[in-house]
Design a protein around this ligand. Structure first.
Ligand code: FAD
Length: 290
């Protein structure tokens, strides 16, 4: 690993001022679970590493009906998984975290680091897109809000300027008659997903017809992919085996998955059908009970 300067700021302002001073040559490190891997592989060799793990002000979860859920960027996966608040109001988030990596990685890795790493196989992004989440980013020149859906630009590339930091994840309060579910294909518990699917379904008040749906697939394109065409197979329709299968078929047709040592593109396309149908079926079941 190439030598680098190391800073450990205690506040967001200090961190931003360092990013600004070393513009383009500084990289944030949070839990280091991804960052150290890419540095050791020589894919990144920053002159300066800004270790933000000590900024305790960004480790929080709050919830109220008006503002919804707010998660500080430095909240660990394990804290989200174990939070009674998340388990009660955002069960899909807690379930997703339980299947993410090992306890050791969840104890140290942060939700912000996961999203900023921009891995299309990452689990939090599809769930957060299904939940219609937004991200608060901050730089020395101010703040901006970006929809989670638009944050990933390409493989390992996100909408983040060199002097910008992810501060907070914002999730609206759950809508009535809404179910959200996440499913991923793992060889072993905690493995990165060969493919994944997160689905949100909102039902109309009386007839069980789908009022709204969000379908997102992971490790099936260069970014976590929202498939609006697949959602249209559910919206305005009675949700049944046939419409769920059609949504899976359309999502699969829109996927552009990689072929690698874990699975061929063709296999992933087949699995997108299965996992979208499975996640949508489970989301529908939850929505009926809400
Ligand atoms: C063994 C193993 C198994 C894994 N399995 C899974 C899995 O099943 N599913 C899954 O989704 N992930 C998995 N991961 C990835 C893991 O979840 C992420 O590595 C971790 O969440 C990243 O968080 P971190 O705090 O360690 O980020 P870091 O590694 O410190 O940083 C990652 C990137 O984000 C940037 N960054 C970090 N925080 C901020 C911020 N606040 N603002 C701006 N930029 C920031 C860094 O500059 C870097 O580019 C696995 C990782 C390991 C090591």
């Amino acid at each position: 690993m190439k030598d680098f300067e190391y800073f450990s700021p205690g506040t967001v302002e200090e961190a931003l001022s360092l990013l600004s001073r070393y513009k383009g040559e500084a990289k944030i490190i949070a839990g280091g679970q991804s960052m150290l891997v890419v540095m050791r592989q020589g894919l990144l060799a920053p002159e300066c590493v800004v270790d933000v793990k000590g900024i305790t002000a960004l480790d929080y979860m709050t919830y109220d009906e008006r503002d919804g859920l707010r998660i500080g960027a430095l909240t660990t996966h394990r804290a989200i998984e174990k939070s009674p608040l998340i388990q009660k109001q955002f069960r899909a988030l807690s379930e997703m975290e339980r299947n993410l990596a090992t306890i050791q990685t969840r104890n140290w890795g942060t939700i912000g680091g996961n999203l900023c790493h921009g891995d299309p196989a990452g689990d939090p992004a599809p769930v957060l897109i299904a939940l219609d989440a937004k991200l608060k980013l901050k730089s020395p020149s101010g703040e901006r809000i970006v929809a989670m859906e638009r944050f990933s630009k390409d493989m390992l590339e996100v909408d983040l300027e060199p002097d910008e930091m992810l501060i907070e994840i914002q999730v609206p309060a759950p809508r009535p008659r809404t179910g959200v579910a996440h499913e991923k294909l793992m060889v072993m518990q905690g493995d990165a997903g060969i493919v994944g699917a997160a689905v949100s379904i909102t039902l109309k008040p009386k007839d069980g017809v789908c009022e709204d749906a969000r379908i997102v697939i992971s490790n099936a394109a260069s970014v976590p992919l929202r498939v609006i065409e697949a959602e249209k197979r559910l919206i305005g329709k009675v949700v049944n085996d046939q419409s769920l299968a059609e949504a899976g078929e359309v999502a699969s047709a829109k996927a552009d998955p990689p072929s690698d040592v874990h699975a061929s593109a063709e296999y992933r396309r087949e699995m997108v059908k299965v996992f979208v149908k499975r996640a949508a079926g489970r989301a529908f079941g939850i929505a009926k009970r809400e």
